[in-house]
Each structure stands twice: as C-alpha cells, then as structure tokens.
Design a protein around this ligand. Structure first.
Ligand SMILES: NC(=O)c1ccc[n+]([C@@H]2O[C@H](COP(=O)([O-])OP(=O)(O)OC[C@H]3O[C@@H](n4cnc5c(N)ncnc54)[C@H](OP(=O)(O)O)[C@@H]3O)[C@@H](O)[C@H]2O)c1
Length: 249
C-alpha cells in the first residue's frame, strides 16, 4: 500500500513510518520539515496524490482548548478535503482514551478532531490510545520550576508507543471501521511514581511532589476518567520493561 503519514516525524509518527516500511508499504511523510504544512495547505495537494490511506498523527503542544481545537479542526478539515480530491480511501487518526469523558483543554481539541472526522466524507477509523510511556519524561521536562517538578495526581495506564504505531498500520491495512477498540497498556500506574522512576534511570534530580490539578480536568485525571474501559485491547510492554530498555543517564 501507499500510506501518507501526517506528522510522520513526531514521537509516534516516526515509529508508524518505520513499521509501515518494514511491512512493505510505500510511505510519504507530511510535516513542515518535509515541506508540507497541513494547517496552511502548502504542499498538501501533491503530497496525497496516489496515496491509498492517510494516518494522521499530527500534534500541537498546548493545553489551551481554543488553540488545540483550532489546530485539530483546521488540519483535519484540510486533510479530509485533500484526501477527497485525491481519492484516498481511508483516513486513520490517533486520539486519546477519555476525550469524551473529559473534553477539556487539549482533550477538547482532540474531541473536536474526532467530530470533524466522523462528519467528513472520507471513510475513517479512529484509534483512541492511553498515554505513552514517554509521558513521564515529557511531564518532567514540561513541569520544571527550577529543581521542583510538580506532578499532577493522575491515574494512567500507559502503553508502548511501538504497540500504538503497529496498531495504526494494521488499521490502515484493513477497511474503515469508525471507532476502533481502544488501546491501553497492560497495567495502571501512578504518574508521580513513573516520573520518579524515569528521573532515577535518566540520572536526573529534583523534587517531584504530587499536587492536585484544579478544575474538571484535574478531577478527571485523579478519578480515573482517562483509564481504559473493560473492552479495551491491552498492550504487553509495561512501563518498567520500557524504562529498562532506555539509555541510563
Ligand atoms: N503523547 C501521548 O501520550 C499520546 C497518547 C495518545 C494519543 N496521542 C496523539 O498522538 C498524536 C501525535 O502525538 P506525538 O506526541 O507523536 O506528536 P509530536 O511528537 O509533537 O509530533 C507532531 C508531528 O506533527 C507535525 N506537525 C505539526 N504541525 C504541523 C503542520 N502544521 N503541518 C504538518 N505537520 C505538522 C510535526 O512535524 P513538523 O514540526 O516538522 O511540522 C511532527 O511530525 C497526537 O494527535 C496526540 O494527541 C498522544
């Protein structure tokens, strides 16, 4: 197959790209660093000509709901319109478990993305996954106040990014199925424990106190609204197994 990967240079996109090539597919990567700006449409038309499927793993780093909603609506609408014109048969997108139970901040943008896709003309599949194991190091970097790294109270069931990427390619190989089964990691973890374990492993210091995040989203994180339901598919790699394979600091 010929698969276009929007955001194919990102954390999950790079794995999707590698795995798709290993499985014998022709791959094109849509990212600004490769001359395609999905948001403005620059380079998009030509980039999709002849593609059988598009996997959308674009991202914007923001917690602001307006910004996230604008980004995901604009990029999804641009992709779907270009796919329609190019005759692309299948649009696959990665979303997050719990976006409908906690549609706030960034998650509000992801829900808007899902709504745009389901209202569109291109046959689609949406995979919701839980946080990646990398979430621990991302939160460590993003929450730095000097040596203090406050950790929001969060129940999470993180999954290996390679397992998510493999699932996305499998979905692209099949026909459109609408919402597919959610994908989560094998066990629940506590975000503060994950961050401390990652910091020890990577040779990073700092004090990582647990803090409650105010507001509805904070409550959703604490109360487990972002955890998978009983029907979710479970990946096999635990956070501890993933961590032990990472370079030590
Ligand atoms: N992180 C998690 O734990 C998690 C869990 C479940 C689902 N997800 C979802 O997975 C998706 C990917 O997340 P990620 O962490 O892999 O993202 P990421 O590492 O931030 O990568 C984002 C990608 O999007 C590209 N991009 C951004 N703006 C663009 C534009 N205007 N035009 C073209 N390309 C653009 C970037 O390339 P350039 O900068 O070169 O343009 C990059 O390839 C997101 O939708 C996220 O919601 C993430």
């Amino acid at each position: 197959m010929d698969i276009a990967i929007a955001g194919g240079t990102g954390v999950v996109g790079a794995h999707v790209s590698r795995i798709a090539q290993q499985r014998g597919h022709a791959v094109r990567t849509l990212s600004r660093s490769n001359g395609v700006d999905v948001r403005s449409g620059v380079g998009l038309e030509g980039a999709l000509r002849g593609a059988d499927a598009v996997i959308d793993v674009l991202n914007i780093t923001t917690l602001n709901e307006k910004q996230a909603t604008k980004f995901f609506r604009t990029t999804t609408a641009a992709l779907l319109a270009a796919e329609d014109r190019a005759g692309v048969a299948h649009h696959i997108a990665l979303s997050i478990v719990g976006v409908d139970r906690a549609p706030h901040g960034y998650y509000g943008g992801k829900l808007a993305q899902e709504n745009e896709i389901s209202a569109g003309a291109v046959p689609w599949t949406v995979l919701r996954a839980t946080q990646f194991h990398e979430f621990a190091s991302q939160m460590y970097a993003r929450t730095s106040l000097g040596p203090v790294h406050p950790v929001v109270r969060m129940r999470t069931q993180p999954v290996a990014v390679t397992e998510v990427a493999t699932r996305l390619v499998e979905l692209a190989e099949g026909s459109a199925q609408g919402r597919s089964r959610d994908l989560a990691g094998p066990r629940e973890e506590d975000l503060a424990d994950m961050m401390r374990a990652w910091a020890r492993h990577a040779g990073r210091g700092g004090w990582m106190p647990r803090i409650p995040m105010p507001g509805e989203f904070g409550r959703a994180m604490r109360d487990g609204l972002l955890l998978p339901g009983p029907d979710a598919q479970r990946g096999s790699e635990t956070f501890a197994q993933w961590l032990s394979a990472q370079p030590e600091g």
